[in-house]
Design a protein around this ligand. Sequence first.
Ligand code: HEC
Ligand code: HEC
Ligand code: HEC
Ligand code: HEC
Ligand code: HEC
Length: 160
Amino acid sequence: MRWAIGLALVLAGISASGCNSAGASPNQPIAFPHRAHTENQIECAFCHENVARSSAAGLPTTELCGTCHSAMAQDSPATQTLMEYVDKDEVIPWVRLYEVPDFAYFPHQWHVRADVACSECHGEIGTSLRAERHEAVEMETCIACHEQRGQTVDCVACHK
Ligand code: HEC
Ligand code: HEC
Ligand code: HEC
Ligand code: HEC
Ligand code: HEC
């Protein structure tokens, strides 16, 4: 069934290229399963360590992956690829799913501290086997929630 797998990868590639809409799932360098980690009680902020204290949540370093995986079984293709990055101490070139343009400002910390759940904006990524974009980052989405919760809709709050 090699051809079927190949076709699925090609299709995934097409739907990801240059597409900034909801549901898109880019082809990542390593098939990273969030679920395997959250099932083992690893907290979101263990890997996205700035999420409650700065505007950017951040992605984990290759070194952090290695702290656990160097001592674990490496019998799947995904973990073998991971160990190549760890051994060479190279940055894993993850494809970003969410990104606001430079002219807009999004502060994670205020949202997290106000108890807006990760899943409201990112869907059930924590229990997924493969990260997908839950919804596109659009001004309408920001404004809709801000209006609903009585938060600011001042242009300068998000466009400094
Ligand atoms: C705190 C420890 C820890 C860290 C840090 C960690 N992992 Fe894991 N990882 C696990 C555990 C536990 C599992 C589940 C293993 C199992 O179920 O056999 C897992 C599973 C996986 C799997 C699936 C393994 C398979 O059999 O296919 C992949 C791929 C993976 N991790 C990649 C990564 C990557 C990439 C990073 C860094 C971004 C990372 N992990 C960081 C503990 C960790
Ligand atoms: C073991 C480390 C680890 C844990 C724990 C973890 N993540 Fe991630 N997360 C990653 C890695 C690596 C990526 C990049 C790969 C990908 O997108 O699949 C990522 C990607 C993401 C993204 C997409 C970022 C972007 O713009 O591309 C979001 C959103 C996210 N994680 C949210 C969460 C949430 C919410 C939790 C807790 C429920 C969580 N993560 C737990 C490692 C982790
Ligand atoms: C109110 C909506 C919202 C909530 C709540 C939210 N995020 Fe995000 N997240 C975003 C947006 C928008 C981006 C793109 C930000 C950018 O480009 O600066 C993003 C980007 C990310 C990224 C990509 C890396 C980065 O630094 O930008 C990760 C990882 C992430 N979020 C994890 C989380 C986790 C974990 C939580 C919960 C603790 C969370 N987010 C809560 C909207 C949200
Ligand atoms: C699901 C609801 C929700 C969504 C979606 C959301 N926000 Fe918010 N936002 C809030 C809440 C609640 C606060 C108030 C946090 C606090 O109490 O400090 C807030 C606060 C802010 C602030 C700080 C405002 C100030 O007073 O200085 C900025 C900036 C901001 N959001 C930008 C954004 C942007 C940009 C987006 C879209 C990418 C977005 N938000 C999407 C709920 C949301
Ligand atoms: C709560 C946050 C927030 C507020 C308030 C906000 N914006 Fe935005 N705005 C964004 C984000 C995020 C983007 C980038 C995503 C997009 O293009 O939809 C954006 C995009 C834009 C764009 C580019 C549109 C495009 O189609 O490329 C313009 C122009 C703009 N905003 C003007 C304004 C004006 C004028 C106001 C006040 C009336 C305002 N914004 C208030 C978050 C906000």
